[in-house]
Design a protein around this ligand. Structure first.
Ligand code: MLT
Length: 228
């Protein structure tokens, strides 16, 4: 039997979601927040992003399609482009990451996850003790992405005393299999594709664990920094 899980059909009203798109959307967002960006607006389509820019001309328009900067946009989706935007607001649309974030909109709480802020995420979750925690792995198009599951597994490993689903236990065991995060990201198809297109530096950046002490909190479709 086939199985399709539609996130939109789930009741998330008592759930904290942590959204991971390690390569590269949520890593770029965490990088931006850590460098003084006060607000990020994740949107699903290029048209929505352009419409927001028309209304708010001062925003930085970022994102990608097929990994590349979108025509007419200010920046693409490389974390290296999100380090010098202090005080600026960003509108971004990416193939999977921003869509996954917006799909969680009705959740009790939505956090932006990355390896870059793993300790901070664990700290925020420990402090708030959510009833239900759903780790949302954005994936690549409709498919599973190793790097997102790896990050989810690393976060789950921080909560040894809690009750975990089979999926949660599986990704924790999978993550433990890799000696280093960089090896996991390099094994991933996305990691290989980015390396093949000259973006190995992005893969290395996104593989850094707990470099930043900030978590993104999405409320009413706006992501703001939540210090851990
Ligand atoms: C996405 O949102 O699909 C990814 O972050 C794509 C990318 O690596 O830029």
């Amino acid at each position: 039997p086939a199985e399709i899980t539609l996130l939109s059909a789930r009741d998330l009203t008592e759930t904290t979601c942590v959204v991971f798109d390690i390569l590269r959307a949520t890593s770029s967002m965490v990088t931006a927040l850590a460098h003084g960006v006060p607000e990020i607006y994740p949107v699903c389509t290029i048209e929505e992003a352009r419409a927001m820019k028309a209304k708010l001309p001062e925003v930085v328009l970022g994102g990608e399609r097929k990994g590349d900067r979108i025509a007419g946009f200010d920046i693409g989706n490389s974390p290296s482009e999100y380090q010098n935007l202090q005080g600026r607001r960003i509108v971004t649309t990416t193939t999977n990451g921003t869509v996954a974030l917006r799909a969680c909109e009705r959740a009790q709480r939505v956090l932006v996850g990355a390896l870059l802020n793993l300790d901070a995420l664990a700290k925020v979750i420990r402090t708030s003790v959510p009833e239900n925690l759903l780790l949302v792995c954005a994936g690549t198009f409709e498919t599973f992405a190793l790097e997102d599951a790896y990050a989810a597994g690393r976060l789950i490993a921080e909560f040894t005393g809690a009750t975990h689903s089979d999926a949660a236990q599986t990704v924790a065991a999978m993550a433990a299999h890799y000696p280093t995060p960089l090896e996991a990201l390099r094994a991933a198809r996305n990691g290989q594709a980015l390396t093949a297109t000259g973006r190995a530096g992005d893969v290395e950046w996104c593989a850094q664990v707990s470099r930043f002490n900030v978590v993104g909190l999405m409320e009413a479709a706006v992501i703001r920094p939540l210090p851990a």
